[in-house]
Design a protein around this ligand. Structure first.
Ligand SMILES: Cc1cc2nc3c(=O)[nH]c(=O)nc-3n(C[C@H](O)[C@H](O)[C@H](O)COP(=O)(O)OP(=O)(O)OC[C@H]3O[C@@H](n4cnc5c(N)ncnc54)[C@H](O)[C@@H]3O)c2cc1C
Length: 189
């Protein structure tokens, strides 16, 4: 991005001119792709601390065994920190007669089959229920982690970006840490 000429150079070769730019790209990555920043801001472009998460999704025949929308699992022997049943939020996430279960996995060693076994152990999957679909998505930027001194450094960087007409929004931008979905949407508006 060239904030002086107000141009964004896209990977496919397209060049887009802008007036004001709202970005949801994580702030550390945004700084790395922006030209003409002061040395102070460029030097503070350290990687943000974050927790990566792997989302393991299972499509299951029949009705859900569990009766919760989501539940947390703090036990060490369980490789996921939270399980959600998106079918309770919106039936259309799975075809009729099936439902979807999603586990947020932080254990880097755990694979789909092990997580499926643990879902059985936790009573979320029943052995009579057939899993017909398994999917893995890796999120490098899942949960922001606060570090000492980050807040003041970040404020100076955001001010410089805003002076150039760039608004870094969202969970890994201006709203680092304290930003659920509704707050992210409100910030964008
Ligand atoms: C596993 C998980 C579970 C969550 N559960 C909940 C919950 O139950 N309730 C709740 O309120 N919140 C929840 N959240 C938080 C919620 O997802 C975020 O707060 C919200 O999505 C933040 O919105 P955002 O616009 O900042 O980021 P995102 O929704 O992540 O949007 C960022 C966008 O920027 C795009 N992008 C990033 N880098 C680039 C790039 N280099 N070039 C182009 N585009 C790029 C991405 O593709 C993405 O579309 C959860 C988050 C995670 C990870």
């Amino acid at each position: 991005m060239d904030p002086v000429q107000k141009l964004v150079f896209l990977q496919g070769g397209e060049v887009v001119r802008y007036g004001l730019l709202v970005s949801t790209i994580p702030l550390d990555l945004l700084l790395g792709m922006t030209l003409a920043l002061s040395d102070k801001t460029s030097c503070s472009a350290k990687p943000l601390k974050k927790q990566a998460v792997r989302i393991m999704s299972f499509g299951v025949r029949g009705e859900p065994e569990a009766d919760f929308h989501w539940a947390y699992y703090p036990q060490r022997e369980i490789p996921f920190l939270r399980v959600s049943i998106p079918s309770f939020f919106a039936a259309d996430v799975a075809p009729g007669g099936y439902h979807l279960i999603q586990a947020e996995v932080t254990d880097p060693q755990a694979n789909l089959m092990e997580v499926e076994r643990k879902l059985h152990d936790a009573g979320i999957l029943n052995s009579s229920k057939q899993v017909v679909f398994r999917h893995l998505a890796e999120l490098a930027y899942a949960y922001p982690l606060p570090t000492i001194g980050l807040e003041s450094e970040r404020r100076a960087v955001l001010e410089e970006l805003e002076s150039l007409g760039i608004y870094s929004m969202g969970r890994f931008g201006a709203g680092f840490i304290k930003m659920p979905t509704n707050a992210s949407l409100r910030a964008g508006i």
